[in-house]
Design a binder for this molecule. Structure first.
Ligand code: HEM
Length: 475
């Protein structure tokens, strides 16, 4: 009986293996036919292994302040635009400043946003990274309205400053802390407040953060929806976050309108989104704003720790702003507008640190650029970091030199992407960094206690969390 049962299982297993092999062989043959079909005018390059292509080499972790050996070697060998096979698709990779700009400015005409299917499956079908054309425009307008300059000035600025002071207020004299963890706490608390009016320290804020962190791990995991995998846990966390949003919406339905001034309030007030759409908007804002701003702040702490002359110049700027206060007041929009050197520091941090290394696009038709043909349906990866760290646009590109931004205004600087998909949180991200830097340089000195550097995974991570020792400034 047992043997018969085992044989049945074995037979079923063998049948599944045969079917899998068959499917894989067909996929490999299809891939070989499409990828090796000689196409006149294609950029030079190498397609690597069947299906896998050069994905592993492309994703090999490297310091975020370098282009990494894959990009360096390929650019040296093939030039700034080359073909490859990445994420299972024939792909054109670009380190060309003009081509990157051309791609961004021709969204929905020649190119279209095209993230790998596991990202779209987990972020939701209403995610801005998934939607295209008119639907993208409609959902984007919600994010853009919520993050508009008047909202930043009247609502976000005081909130950001409160959260900066709250974070810095916990730093003890001489204490060694993880700069990355502190940035994470600050950014998440701020986002939870802006999105659903959750306060720091509340149980529901901590639960939301834990659910989100589990969710986030699934975005970069293989899409295996099997118990025990990161992807499965991420989908469960997605459901838990959905439950939280539903609960908050229910509580609010019993309260008078206008009680809250947050994203949830503004999307419900617009009145025409389903609960699923609202969830995807919420997840999008956390996904777009949390990891990116956290890394950007940590990078600033790292670069500034190694650049005392830059910190000195920042202090001059921020002491002048504080000296103009006639009473013990908080920062205003006018103060923020005076932070010109701080903006140079923010630009330089984003240029050298490359929070978002590249974005995913595909061609909608055959595209001709600089004598090359990029065939319809091919994936295209504009690699921003390769431009930011190359010599085509910048002198001495590996040097942290904020002063370069006093002269340099270039259209090839794309830390926030560009065109109709320009980051919706660009002004919020800069405001958060500027207010943090204001209080940081005025109130603290800090040193990195163990060598640590930003690693592109491709998400940027600090292996040791960037340990820093903080001291209050005597003045
Ligand atoms: C330093 C911090 C940040 C960086 C470097 C950054 C970078 C980017 C980039 C490169 C894109 C374009 C993606 C693409 O074209 O495929 C993007 C899109 C987006 N970002 Fe940011 N971001 C930052 C902060 C934020 C913040 C704080 C928020 C909001 C809370 C935000 C929300 C979004 C949204 C909603 C999109 C999608 C826009 C669209 O598709 O229309 N980001 N971001």
């Amino acid at each position: 009986m047992e043997i018969a049962f085992m044989l049945q299982i074995w037979n079923a297993g063998a049948a599944i293996a045969v079917i899998l092999c068959f499917i894989l062989s067909i996929a490999a043959v299809k891939w070989l036919l499409s990828s090796y079909r000689p196409i006149k005018g294609l950029p030079p390059g190498s397609m690597g292994w069947p299906l896998l292509g050069e994905t592993i080499q492309f994703l090999e972790p490297h310091s975020a302040t370098t282009r990494g050996s894959f990009m360096d070697n390929h650019i040296k060998r093939y030039g700034n635009i080359f073909k490859s096979c990445l994420f299972g698709h024939p792909t054109i990779v670009s380190a060309d400043p003009e081509f990157n700009k051309f791609i961004l400015m021709n969204e929905d005409k020649l190119f279209q946003c095209s993230y790998p299917s596991n990202i779209s499956a987990i972020l939701g079908k209403w995610s801005l990274l998934v939607l295209v054309a008119e639907e993208h425009k409609r959902m984007r307008s919600i994010a853009v309205n919520f993050l508009s300059i008047p909202k930043l000035r009247d609502f976000f600025l005081p909130d950001i400053e409160r959260h900066v002071l709250l974070t810095l207020g916990t730093w003890k004299e001489g204490q060694v802390i993880s700069a990355h963890n502190e940035s994470k706490k600050f950014t998440f608390n701020l986002i939870a407040k802006q999105i659903m009016s959750f306060n720091p320290g509340e149980t529901r804020t901590t639960e939301l953060m834990n659910d989100y962190l589990t969710f986030m791990k699934g975005v970069i995991a293989p899409p295996l929806n099997i118990p025990g995998t990161a992807y499965y846990r991420a989908l469960q966390s997605r459901s838990k976050i959905l439950e939280t949003v539903k609960r908050v919406l229910k509580e609010r339905s019993q309260q008078s309108k206008g009680t809250y001034n947050d994203l949830l309030e503004s999307v419900t007030r617009s009145g025409n989104l389903s609960t699923e759409q609202i969830l995807d908007v919420v997840l999008n804002m956390i996904f777009g704003g949390y990891e990116t701003s956290t890394v950007a702040l940590t990078l600033a702490l790292k670069f500034l720790a190694d650049a005392p002359a830059v910190v000195e110049e920042l202090r001059v700027e921020h002491e002048a702003i504080r000296a103009s206060f006639t009473s013990d007041r908080r920062l205003t929009w006018e103060d923020y507008k005076k932070m010109s050197f701080t903006h140079c520091v923010i630009n330089e941090t984003l240029r050298l640190g490359n929070v978002v290394q590249f974005v995913h696009r595909k061609t909608l038709c055959d595209v001709y650029f600089k004598d090359f043909l990029i065939p319809k349906g091919w994936k295209v990866l504009p690699v921003f970091s390769a431009v930011h760290l190359g010599t085509d646009v910048y002198d001495n590109p590996l040097k942290f030199d904020p002063w370069r931004w006093q002269q340099e205004k270039n259209i090839y600087f794309t830390p926030f992407g560009g065109g109709s998909r320009l980051c919706a949180g660009v002004d919020l991200a800069k405001l958060e960094m500027a207010v943090f830097i204001h209080h940081l340089v005025l109130e603290f000195e800090w040193d990195v206690t163990e060598p640590d550097y930003p690693l592109a995974f491709p998400f940027v991570e600090f292996e040791k969390g960037l340990p820093i020792q903080v001291r209050r400034r005597s003045s």
